[in-house]
Design a protein. Structure first.
Length: 151
């Protein structure tokens, strides 16, 4: 399949060597793609969160039968994957305190609530007049003892 694809891309004759067609078509060899997939899998296994079941998986020290995972571990032993960052599957952890939501239906109560907040304030408003809808919003960062900063 690799040779047929390279031949279709380059338009070469079938007597041309596969290595020449792969180089001409800029196609990775099967061995290179296999090594790249192995590296990608090893990195994915090494960077899973500590709570994942694969994180506790230990590669056995047996030399009699070397599993594919053990072969990958030996091949990429000094590649620096220990220094890689583990990226969590969520942007903010579920237990992290988010910005509190203050919502008031009364306009005067909303003004008072907005003045008492010492964090990021996001104010939005919308109206419908004559069949046209208008909306607007502003984001301001409020800190105690400082002037408001529009973000």
């Amino acid at each position: 399949a690799q040779k047929i694809g390279a031949r279709a891309i380059t338009g070469a004759f079938r007597t041309v060597a596969t290595a020449v067609m792969e180089a001409e078509a800029n196609i990775q060899t099967v061995c290179e793609r296999h090594a790249q997939a192995g590296m990608r899998m090893y990195i994915n296994i090494k960077t899973v969160p500590k709570t994942h079941p694969l994180a506790a998986l230990k590669v056995s020290a047996s030399r009699r039968y070397m599993s594919p995972l053990k072969k990958l571990a030996l091949a990429y032993e000094g590649s620096g994957t220990e220094r890689m960052e583990t990226i969590e599957a969520y942007a903010v952890p579920p237990w992290y305190n988010r910005v509190p939501l203050v919502r008031e239906a009364d306009r005067e109560a909303a003004k008072i609530a907005a003045k008492n907040v010492n964090d990021i304030v996001i104010a939005t408003s919308a109206s419908d007049r004559g069949g046209l809808v208008g909306m607007g919003g502003i984001v301001a960062q409020r800190s105690p003892g400082q002037t408001d900063r529009i973000v």
